[in-house]
Ligand binder design. Structure first.
Ligand SMILES: NC(=O)c1ccc[n+]([C@@H]2O[C@H](COP(=O)([O-])OP(=O)(O)OC[C@H]3O[C@@H](n4cnc5c(N)ncnc54)[C@H](O)[C@@H]3O)[C@@H](O)[C@H]2O)c1
Ligand SMILES: [Zn+2]
Length: 349
C-alpha cells in the first residue's frame, strides 16, 4: 500500500499517493472518458504501464511536443482541440502523465475546458513528484516570463510511482533535488541536516523518504495558504532570480531546477548581506547543491536589464520588489525592496 498524504484546500480535499498506482483504476472508472496528456518521449517509455492499470474503454491519448519552450498557449489550444475532438464532457477526466511541463499545462487545460473538468496527476520526473504536481498551480509561459498565465486548480488525486524515475536522465534527476533542497532550507532544518548525510542517487529508500517529506511539507503549506497570500510564497525561494535565468537562456540552456539552484545562491548572497544567513550556512547550501552537480554560479551580464526584469515577477506588487530569503537554515523571510546597492551586490557575486 502506498503512503498517503492529504491536502485540504477551501474547495476540496485530495490524496497524494506515494509508492505505486494503487487506486488509480477505481477512481478513473467513475469518469465517462479519459484524456491522457503526455509527450512522445514519456509515452514511448511508460504509457503501457498506465494503460495496463486502466479498465476504461474510453481512453484517448494527446501528446504534446517535449520541452519547456512548448509550455505555451498554442499547446493548451492543442489539448483543448483534442478534448473537443474526442467529445469530452463535464464528467470526463484529464490525466496529466509526465513532468512539470505536462502537469502545469494539463491542469490549466482541465481548469478551462467547459469551465473546468477533473484532472489527476501522475508525475514522472523527480521535480514534478516533489513539487509541480502538488498544490494546484497550473499555467504556461509567454514572452513576458514564466508561468504568467494560469489558474489555481487542484487535481482530484496525485499518484507518485518512483519506478518511473528509473529512466530519468541524471541531469533531470538533479534538477528535481534542487526543489527538495529549496523546501528543506525554507521550512525544515532537520530535513536539511538529514539531506547532507545521505545520497539520494544511491538509495531508493532515502529517495522515497525525501519525496514523502517534501510532499508532506508542501501539502501542509498549501493547506494553510492555497492562493499564496502568505507562507506559500516561501516556495518561491530561488525562483525570483531563477525564472529570469531560465528566460534569458530561452528555456533551453538551463533546466528549471538548475535555474532555481543558481537563483537560491543569489538569494543566499542577499540574505548574507542583510545579516540573515551566516556565510557558513550559505556555503552548506551551495555544497549540497554541488553534491548533485546543480550549478551554483551564474554571471549576470547586464545587471540593469536583470534588475528591471525582477519587476515582472508575480510576487512584486505596486512596483515593490519582494524576495524570499533564508532566515538561517530551516526558516525563511519575505523581504520587500532591499537596498538597491545590496541587491546589485548580491546579483553580481
Ligand atoms: N505548478 C507548480 O507548483 C510547479 C512547481 C515546480 C515546477 N513547476 C514547473 O515544472 C516545470 C519543470 O518540470 P520538470 O523538471 O518535470 O520538466 P519537464 O516536464 O520538461 O520534464 C523534463 C524532461 O524529462 C522527460 N521525462 C519526464 N519523465 C521522464 C521519465 N520518467 N523518464 C525519462 N524522461 C522523462 C521529459 O520528457 C522532459 O524532456 C517548469 O515548467 C516549472 O515551471 C511547476
Ligand atoms: Zn520550481
Amino acid at each position: 500500500m502506498p503512503e498517503v498524504i492529504q491536502i485540504s484546500t477551501n474547495n476540496q480535499t485530495y490524496n497524494i499517493n506515494i509508492g505505486n498506482l494503487y487506486g488509480l483504476n477505481a477512481l478513473s472508472n467513475s469518469y465517462s472518458k479519459i484524456l491522457i496528456v503526455t509527450n512522445p518521449h514519456i509515452c514511448a517509455l511508460h504509457i503501457n504501464k498506465i494503460l495496463s492499470c486502466l479498465d476504461s474503454k474510453n481512453i484517448f491519448i494527446c501528446t504534446i511536443k517535449d520541452g519547456e519552450q512548448y509550455k505555451n498557449l498554442s499547446s493548451i489550444e492543442y489539448i483543448l482541440e483534442n478534448a473537443f475532438i474526442h467529445k469530452l464532457d463535464r464528467k470526463s477526466l484529464i490525466i496529466a502523465f509526465g513532468g512539470g511541463v505536462i502537469s502545469d499545462m494539463s491542469g490549466f487545460a482541465a481548469s478551462i475546458y467547459q469551465r473546468g473538468i477533473d484532472f489527476i496527476s501522475i508525475p514522472t520526473t523527480l521535480l514534478s513528484q516533489v513539487d509541480a504536481s502538488v498544490g494546484g498551480k497550473t499555467g504556461v509561459n509567454n514572452s513576458f516570463g514564466k508561468n504568467l498565465i494560469g489558474t489555481f486548480y487542484q487535481p482530484k488525486a496525485v499518484y507518485i510511482d518512483t519506478d518511473f524515475l528509473d529512466t530519468l536522465p541524471k541531469r533531470e534527476f538533479s534538477a528535481g533535488i534542487s526543489e527538495i533542497i529549496k523546501i528543506a532550507v525554507c521550512f525544515d532544518r532537520d530535513f536539511f541536516d538529514w539531506l547532507e548525510n545521505v545520497n539520494l542517487v544511491d538509495s531508493k529508500k532515502d529517495l522515497q523518504y525525501a519525496i514523502c517529506r517534501s510532499v508532506a511539507l508542501k501539502a501542509d503549506i498549501v493547506s494553510k495558504d492555497e492562493k499564496e497570500n502568505s507562507i506559500r510564497a516561501g516556495l518561491n525561494y530561488g525562483h525570483t532570480f531563477g525564472h529570469i535565468i531560465e528566460l534569458l537562456g530561452n528555456y533551453s540552456l538551463y533546466l528549471h531546477g538548475e535555474s532555481v539552484g543558481m537563483g537560491m545562491c543569489k538569494a543566499n548572497n542577499l540574505a548574507v548581506l542583510l545579516g540573515m544567513l551566516e556565510c557558513k550556512d550559505s556555503i552548506r547550501i551551495s555544497n549540497l547543491l554541488k553534491k548533485y552537480h546543480i550549478p551554483t554560479e551564474y554571471k549576470i551580464s547586464d545587471l540593469d536589464d536583470f534588475y528591471h526584469r525582477l519587476f515582472l515577477d508575480k510576487k512584486s506588487q505596486n512596483s515593490n520588489l519582494r524576495f524570499v530569503i533564508p532566515n538561517g537554515i530551516g526558516d525563511m523571510k519575505i523581504i520587500t525592496n532591499p537596498p538597491k546597492e545590496l541587491l546589485f551586490e548580491a546579483m553580481s557575486r
